[in-house]
Ligand binder design. Structure first.
Ligand SMILES: Cc1cc2nc3c(=O)[nH]c(=O)nc-3n(C[C@H](O)[C@H](O)[C@H](O)COP(=O)(O)O)c2cc1C
Length: 319
């Protein structure tokens, strides 16, 4: 039986997961030996994420963190997405196996769970060694996804698509209002406060300025790297179950990256509009569906971190 301390370890790990705009769109239930992660409909982004794709990626990442924490506690685990047609709100179910000794592999990532943060500042001009890229590719593959690394031509094509999307976003009042609800200012608990936004780009760069279209007066400016390493996490499946597994793959990649002192941020605005997402799909040859556009490298500056709600605030019941 899970003890209170074990539930605390599992759900604290879950809440460290990334989520779009730090909405934390999850709720938890414990039905031993099962932990359920549910979609919190109060925390979805109806304008930028109408199908719930990003929310499910966040839930997949939270579920992966539960698996990592379970491994440290000695539980084997299995993730099933959309396990119960009678309960469509349960998006991810973790089946925990009998308690043994710490499960190697997954458990080794536990330290990275609380160290990983999205880093939106400039990156050092230092290439990622080929063997480290191989480990990141492998991490994606283990969870059934792929990483496509963009070459210089594809990166400049992506930069064009980012400019196109940013221009469209600037004129989009509904998206602007939705971002204002979650982004900027001095906030804690959820959302992304000014100090975590990274400096504003002094020149066009392959980054996402989450505060695009509104004032964030306390931010400095910086010149960003000219050739960032961009990896597109993609899946063959483009459905609700596939999105949860994409989230697990994302988190395995990010925790692996953290263990090599790499940081990541995302330029996902191009995936939030069907017309640009399809063009990103063409950049990776059209067979896979792009789920996350990851800008990855070694950080050049310290960065502010987002905060989290306490897991008790997202906890429904212990049966
Ligand atoms: C599906 C998804 C989409 C995201 N898109 C972006 C993005 O386009 N730009 C960005 O800077 N961060 C993006 N993020 C990162 C979140 O803003 C970040 O995870 C959240 O603020 C929590 O902060 P942390 O990752 O530092 O813990 C995304 C995260 C997820 C899971």
């Amino acid at each position: 039986m899970l003890t209170k301390d074990e539930v605390d370890i599992l759900l604290t790990a879950a809440t460290h997961a990334p989520s779009m705009h730090n909405t934390q769109p999850w709720r938890f239930e414990v039905h031993e030996p099962v932990v359920d992660v549910l979609l919190d409909k109060e925390r979805t982004l109806d304008v930028a994420d109408p199908a719930g794709r990003a929310a499910r990626i966040g839930i997949g990442a939270a579920a992966f963190n539960i698996r990592v924490a379970a491994a440290v506690l000695g539980y084997k685990s299995r993730l099933v997405a959309d396990p119960d047609p009678a309960r469509p709100d349960v998006v991810a179910r973790l089946f925990l196996g009998g308690r043994k000794t710490p499960v190697p592999g997954l458990g080794r990532m536990y330290g990275a769970v609380s160290q990983r943060h999205t880093y939106r500042g400039p990156l050092l001009d230092q290439p990622i060694p080929a063997r480290v890229r191989d480990r990141l590719d492998e991490a994606a593959r283990i969870e059934g996804a792929q990483l496509h690394w963009l070459g210089p031509w594809a990166t400049s094509r992506l930069a064009e698509l980012l400019r196109q999307t940013d221009t469209a976003d600037l004129a989009d009042e509904d998206r602007l209002h939705e971002r204002l609800r979650w982004i900027g200012g001095d906030r804690s608990g959820d959302g992304v406060q000014d100090s975590a936004l990274g400096p504003a780009p002094a020149r066009p760069a392959v980054v996402r300025d989450l505060s695009l279209g509104f004032e964030s007066p306390h931010r400095g400016q910086a010149v960003y790297e000219t050739q960032p390493a961009i990896a597109i996490l993609s899946t063959r499946a483009e459905d609700a179950v596939g999105w949860v597994h994409a989230g697990a793959a994302l988190q395995r990649v990010l925790l692996t990256a953290t263990s090599y002192d790499l940081t990541a941020s995302f330029v996902n605005q191009v995936l939030e509009r069907p017309e640009t997402r399809i063009q990103v799909r063409e950049l990776i040859c059209g067979r896979y569906w792009p789920q996350m556009v990851i800008r990855i490298g070694y950080p050049a500056q310290p960065a502010g971190h987002t905060s989290r709600l306490d897991w008790h605030d997202s906890f429904d019941q212990w049966f």
